[in-house]
Design a protein. Structure first.
Length: 131
């Protein structure tokens, strides 16, 4: 339990409430040959991992865009782009949506009810839009 309490801090800062709870409850689990036994992961924790992975994917793909397009996207001024740049951004958004469906949903669907994984993916995709 002491080791798990120590793990509740990363880089001198406390981890999120869900993470602290998971660390403490996992310390109470019975030791077993299966290292995953006793790891408590609620659907909210799994969806949080899904959102984090999607965030990394989105950032990576947006960073590939030319600087002026990336700035317009990040400042919610994409509609001020010229037609060619707007098409480039639209293509990137479409590609990101496809990556979410092909990479993230299949990875997390076995860990969540299918509808929860799809709802979470749709929520993520709604955040990746052109305003």
């Amino acid at each position: 339990l002491k080791a798990q309490l120590n793990d509740c801090f990363e880089d001198g800062k406390p981890v999120c409430t869900s993470g602290r709870t998971e660390h403490i409850l996992a310390s109470l689990a019975t030791l077993d040959k299966d290292p995953t036994l006793g790891i408590l992961r609620t659907s909210d924790v799994i969806k949080g991992q899904m959102y984090q992975e999607a965030s990394t994917l989105i950032k990576r793909e947006v960073d590939l865009l030319p600087e002026h397009i990336k700035d317009a996207y990040n400042d919610n001024k994409a509609t001020s782009l010229n037609k060619k740049d707007l098409e480039t951004l639209t293509g990137a958004v479409t590609r990101i949506h496809g990556m979410i469906d092909k990479e993230i949903v299949p990875k997390y669907s076995p860990q969540l009810p299918q509808s929860d994984a799809i709802i979470a993916a749709n929520h993520i995709k709604r955040e990746v839009t052109i305003d």
